[in-house]
Design a protein around this ligand. Structure first.
Ligand SMILES: [Zn+2]
Length: 54
């Protein structure tokens, strides 16, 4: 992924990313924007499930 190295150091929205770190696609439904950053809703959901389980 050469796009990542290009965007490194540049303080702007990481619009090059199409998937989160867990590999979930950044679709319109699955993406939450907060302070110019993207957040994966699926990862949010999973995190909450883990909290409930423990
Ligand atoms: Zn995710």
């Amino acid at each position: 992924m050469f796009a990542i190295s290009i965007s490194k150091g540049i303080n702007k929205i990481d619009s090059n990313k199409t998937h989160c770190i867990k590999g979930h696609p950044y679709t319109l439904d699955n993406t939450r924007y907060y302070k110019n950053k993207r957040y994966c809703r699926l990862c949010d959901k999973i995190r909450k499930q883990i909290w409930r389980a423990s």
